[in-house]
Structures are given as structure tokens and as C-alpha cells.
Ligand binder design. Structure first.
Ligand SMILES: C[S@@+](CC[C@H](N)C(=O)[O-])C[C@H]1O[C@@H](n2cnc3c(N)ncnc32)[C@H](O)[C@@H]1O
Length: 167
């Protein structure tokens, strides 16, 4: 089910459009979060959209012609984005269904995304679950959550992960 506008806006609100560099979106689907990022002030040509479905990639190319659209597996991020980024990213915004993957793969994804971003850049993830999709407590990162977004169907929450030593 596509994210509703309130959820997409909440995800985009955690991105500071003034921070330079690409903004990576994982699992953009039909683009509701992409749209919210652009409305937030992120220029379309800064967006790098990683989507597994070739059909969604076609649709995204039509909707966002200036964005970089990469068809591939977000969990294999280094390989999928090899040669695509030429500077550290400002944020990663993920709508991937993380609970379908084992925890070590979710932690790997966070680590891989963080390796591609500014040290203080956020990894932003929504979930319908009541528990965080990646544990909230760790020595490697710190996590914070939005309020539950009741207007979304089903209600959702946004989790934001930053490196522990980030300012
Ligand atoms: C829950 S949908 C979210 C779509 C959209 N961002 C939204 O919020 O409505 C998850 C999206 O992630 C994509 N996806 C799932 N696994 C993926 C993977 N390993 N790599 C890249 N995209 C993936 C799916 O094709 C789908 O478009």
C-alpha cells in the first residue's frame, strides 16, 4: 500500500535540504516519498532512487525525469550504487519492508548506508510495527522516533538512525 501524504511528509521532514549531496531513497515504489522530498526542497536531480521492481523504475523515470533511478537490490547497496555517487549522501530514506529480512541483514543495510553518507547524516525508515525495525539501542548508532502517524492506513511510525558519534 503506498504511503499516505502525512507519512511521506513526516519522513521528508527529517531531511535537511540545505545539507549538500545526494539523497538516497530505498524502495520508492510509485514515488509518494520522492514527491514529499521534492516538496521539502530537495532538488529532483539530487535524488538517487533504488528500486527493485523494473515496472516501478519505468514509472519513476516518467514521474521524476531528473532523478537518478537505479534498478537493483538495496540490501547490496555498495554494489548497486557502485559508480553512482560522487560525494557523500546527505540522507537515506527507506521504505523497504525490513521485517522480511533477518536482523543481521537490517544492521548491515544501516551500516552500508551510513558508509555512503556524511558522518552525521540520518537513515530514515518507516514501519507499521510497534517495535523499531532496527533496535533503538546500540553503541554504534542512536535512534529516535516520530509520533505514531494515525492518519496513515495502517498507522505508522518513522525511525531515524544517526551514527553514535554524530554531532
Ligand atoms: C512498502 S513499498 C513502499 C513504496 C513507497 N516508497 C511508499 O512509501 O509507498 C516497498 C518498496 O520497496 C521495493 N523493494 C523491496 N525490496 C527491495 C530491495 N531489496 N531493493 C530495492 N527495492 C526494494 C518494492 O518494490 C516497493 O516498491
Amino acid at each position: 500500500m503506498p504511503s499516505g501524504k502525512a507519512l511521506a511528509r513526516t519522513m521528508a521532514a527529517f531531511v535537511d535540504p540545505r545539507v549538500p549531496g545526494p539523497v538516497i531513497e530505498l524502495g520508492p515504489g510509485t514515488g509518494p516519498v520522492t514527491d514529499a522530498l521534492i516538496r521539502r526542497g530537495v532538488a529532483q536531480d539530487r535524488l538517487v532512487l533504488v528500486e527493485y521492481s523494473p515496472d516501478f523504475c519505468q514509472l519513476l523515470k516518467r514521474r521524476f525525469p531528473k532523478a537518478t533511478i537505479v534498478q537493483g537490490d538495496a540490501y547490496d547497496l555498495q554494489e548497486t550504487l557502485s559508480g553512482v555517487l560522487n560525494e557523500p549522501a546527505a540522507a537515506t530514506v527507506s521504505s523497504l519492508p525490513l521485517f522480511t529480512k533477518p536482523m543481521d541483514q537490517r544492521l548491515d543495510l544501516l551500516e552500508r548506508a551510513q558508509a555512503m553518507m556524511h558522518p552525521d547524516a540520518p537513515f530514515i525508515q518507516f514501519t507499521y510495527a510497534v517495535v523499531p525495525p532496527i533496535p533503538a539501542r546500540s553503541e554504534a548508532y542512536k535512534a529516535r522516533a516520530s509520533n505514531r502517524i494515525w492518519r496513515n492506513l495502517p498507522p505508522a511510525r518513522v525511525w531515524v538512525y544517526n551514527k553514535a558519534n554524530a554531532p
